[in-house]
Design a protein around this ligand. Structure first.
Ligand code: GLC
Length: 524
């Protein structure tokens, strides 16, 4: 992989991210033994005749039913990609939130109810089922825990997801479905891996279930007071050593300890989380368990994000005939009350407005960018300090800057298609999907070389599909923005770059194989 360093010159470095040495630079998918792609480790004919391998994803959200971020998209699209192969029986289980989209919910089938023990509690658990793209989805119903707006942010989130995970374990026997692989995602599903190893492994039917835990973002670890280990999570104090970290319960740590393997969503991030700069305190645990860690780059659902078919777009186009993109740009400018200027580059950001998205860098130099003939569009919500900053910027630069403080999927697609450049200067980014979506829509990405951004976008100077800078430094970012604006003015070079971005393979085809390889390795 051409992971060349940024060509940025002016370098008044504020805080340096650790520099990866040449030898540490990773291929798109880093593997641990047993995580080779399926084709390399599975003798085809045998797989055909054997019973289907059963895989259960446990997660707190899944697209298209409910989504607050990238996790949901990955759960929805990865399960679909693996289920394309008939050798796998793929199922997904999530809570039945009040906000699950009505259009799907009305077709959910009630398949029964059980009572779930959680320490001294005994709670109702309804089970609903729905099938889509060869994947069976289950929804865990309990109105006390889940009939509330949104998915997270309640005082009792620990209890809610403990109930969810304990329900998952009980539902397996209700369904008489014992997966070969229990694949738990993020801290909300961590307890399923813990329950498996502490409570359920003594039951014969659960004995052969292997678990893998995926970290989508190490920032959110599920930390609670140790006092509630038995009373709330229903885990005996003799297992305290599994979850205890820094004098707290740390559910992510527990899942890492208890799972046969754990993974994260890009090879570079798998390397980064061994480092305190990125690990939010968990680096000693990551390093200790490194032997079972692998990084597999996420893909995107290329049917769902297809500029040729996307109904939200003002016009459709593809890499062979990109003419429609100019229409998208013109209509977007018109819609947002920006001067309709086909030759003025439009730089866009679609992001949660939180610190690790690199917004401080933007704040530092955006006005220098705005001195040039450019337009800047921001779509997102988050911390009020950033919301206010970008609203104010738009007021001061009317006709040049538009800030839309909301989240709107239809509008996001109009921006992905109508912009020229997509800025994503994250301080850390486990994988990031927006840079892939933007590229697929011919909007060239400018990213910081971190996590999945580094694994999906390679620098233009080295023949890559976008623009990159290494240090977390506003002036390095400014330098590559200017480099990008320079290339934009060269119509032929720009067209070729757009095409390259659009033709980069961001589909799940390769990455799903690596997951399957990981599973098969665990089942040997
Ligand atoms: C989290 C990460 C993001 C990643 C997504 C899906 O939201 O922050 O980088 O793309 O999970 O894995």
């Amino acid at each position: 992989m051409a992971a060349t360093k940024s060509t940025a010159k002016k370098s008044t470095t504020v805080k340096k991210a650790p520099v990866l040495k040449e030898a540490e630079k990773k291929p798109p998918v880093e593997v641990v033994p047993g995580a080779e792609p399926a084709s390399a480790s599975a003798p085809e004919p045998e797989v055909q005749v054997q019973p289907k391998k059963k895989i259960l994803f446990v997660a707190s959200e899944a697209a298209p039913f409910i989504a607050t971020g990238g996790l949901a998209e990955v759960i929805g699209s990865l399960s679909k990609a693996i289920a394309k192969d008939d050798a796998y029986d793929v199922r997904v289980i999530i809570p039945l939130y009040q906000d699950i989209k009505k259009e799907y919910r009305k077709d959910f089938r009630f398949i029964g109810n059980i009572f779930v023990p959680l320490s001294w509690r005994n709670q109702y658990c309804g089970i609903f089922e729905y099938e889509k793209d060869n994947v069976k989805f289950y929804f865990v119903d309990n109105e006390y825990y889940f009939k509330r707006p949104g998915c997270y942010g309640y005082y009792d989130d620990g209890e809610r997801f403990a109930f969810f995970c304990r329900s998952v374990m009980e539902i397996l026997s209700f369904l008489n479905f014992y997966p070969d692989i229990l694949h738990c995602h993020d801290w909300q599903a961590a307890l399923a891996a813990l329950y498996l190893k502490t409570i359920y492994c003594f039951r014969p039917e659960y004995q052969f279930i292997r678990s893998v835990f995926t970290i989508h973002n190490i920032e959110y670890q599920g930390k609670y007071s140790l006092d509630i280990l038995e009373d709330l999570f229903g885990i005996s104090n003799r297992y305290r050593y599994l979850v205890e970290y820094d004098r707290c319960i740390n559910l992510m740590k527990g899942a890492i300890e208890c799972s046969e393997r754990f993974s994260t969503v890009s090879p570079t991030y798998a390397g980064e989380i061994k480092d305190p700069y990125y690990a939010h305190g968990l680096d000693p645990i990551i390093r200790r368990n490194e032997f079972k860690l692998c990084g597999i780059l996420n893909g995107i659902d290329t049917d769902y994000y297809d500029p040729k078919k996307d109904k939200s777009l003002f016009a459709n186009y593809d890499a062979e005939d990109i003419a429609g993109k100019a229409v998208c740009k013109e209509e977007l400018q018109r819609m947002l009350n920006l001067p309709v200027k086909p030759d003025t580059p439009v730089i866009a950001m679609i992001t949660r407005l939180v610190a690790h998205k690199g917004l401080d860098l933007v704040r530092e130099v955006i006005e220098q960018v705005l001195r040039q003939d450019v337009q800047f569009i921001l779509l997102g919500t988050g911390d009020s300090a950033y919301e206010n900053y970008f609203s104010d910027l738009a007021r001061r630069y009317q006709g040049k800057v538009v800030s839309i403080i909301s989240f709107n999927s239809d509008l996001s697609r109009k921006i992905y298609s109508g912009a020229d450049l997509f800025l994503m200067p994250s301080k850390s980014e486990p994988c990031g999907l927006s840079q892939m979506i933007a590229s697929r829509y011919g909007t060239v990405a400018i990213v910081r070389e971190t996590g999945g951004l580094r694994d999906s976008i390679q620098p233009y100077g080295a023949g890559g599909n976008g623009f990159t800078f290494h240090d977390y430094n506003a002036y390095d970012m400014l330098y590559v923005i200017n480099e990008a604006l320079g290339v934009y003015r060269d119509k032929e070079a720009w067209k070729a770059l757009q095409k390259k971005a659009m033709l980069t393979d961001f589909s799940w085809a390769t990455s799903a194989k690596y997951y399957v390889g990981l599973y098969l390795g665990m089942l040997k």
